[in-house]
Design a protein around this ligand. Structure first.
Ligand SMILES: [Ca+2]
Length: 199
């Protein structure tokens, strides 16, 4: 009975671990036109129906930039972000990706330099799907992610040249603040004491 009660408290604490994603800034048209995002739990995904350059497209090169803020949630801290990307490319098609992570203070101002960064190039013959992990140089409760995609597909005659963004997904890893673990432990101990004395 006591074990079930403690397990319930731990599950309730775990259920509140959602990261909040906000302040999305996405550009630029026409490649970013029609963009959307979807966030579930600690994960955010972006969709770009018009992020394509190359043969028979409006542009043969262009950029898409994504910026958003993330908050780790009550009593949690973020220490890592995993990037999952997919791209379509043919002929000369190339997609250059970079991302920077910057800590934010309580007012949403950027503080210090980058606490993490990563980059990747999708080029002819490379795998169309890629994942990378950004380990933060320090644990933070609020941060800003800045992603940049440069799409290039200069025309070469008699071949299909295209570059497009497919999957853009990010998973933020959060862990309990050390102080919270202590408080949670003390809270459980207090509840158990109260339960015991009320019998
Ligand atoms: Ca061509």
């Amino acid at each position: 009975m006591k074990t079930a009660f403690v397990a319930f408290i731990v599950v309730a604490a775990a259920a509140s671990q959602a990261v909040t994603f906000s302040n999305f800034v996405v550009g630029s048209a026409p490649l970013s036109t029609g963009w959307s995002q979807n966030s579930i739990g600690n994960s955010v995904s972006f969709f770009f129906p018009n992020a394509i350059v190359g043969d028979n497209q409006t542009l043969t090169s262009g950029t898409v930039n994504i910026q958003y803020d993330a908050a780790s949630g009550p009593a949690m801290i973020a220490n890592q972000a995993v990037v999952n990307l997919g791209a379509f490319f043919a002929g000369t098609g190339t997609v250059l990706f970079t991302e920077l992570i910057i800590e934010l203070d309580a007012n949403g101002n950027e503080v210090g330099g980058n606490i993490g960064s990563i980059s990747h190039v999708f080029a002819p013959n490379s795998n169309p799907v890629w994942s990378g992990t950004i380990n933060f140089s320090r644990q933070v409760t609020n941060f800003r992610a800045k992603k940049s995609f440069t799409l290039l597909a200069p025309d070469v005659a008699n071949q299909l040249d295209l570059a497009a963004i497919g999957i853009v997904n990010q998973n933020v890893q959060v862990v309990p603040e050390p102080a919270t673990m202590t408080a949670l432990g003390l809270g459980i101990a207090a509840l158990l004491r109260r339960k015991r004395s009320s019998k």
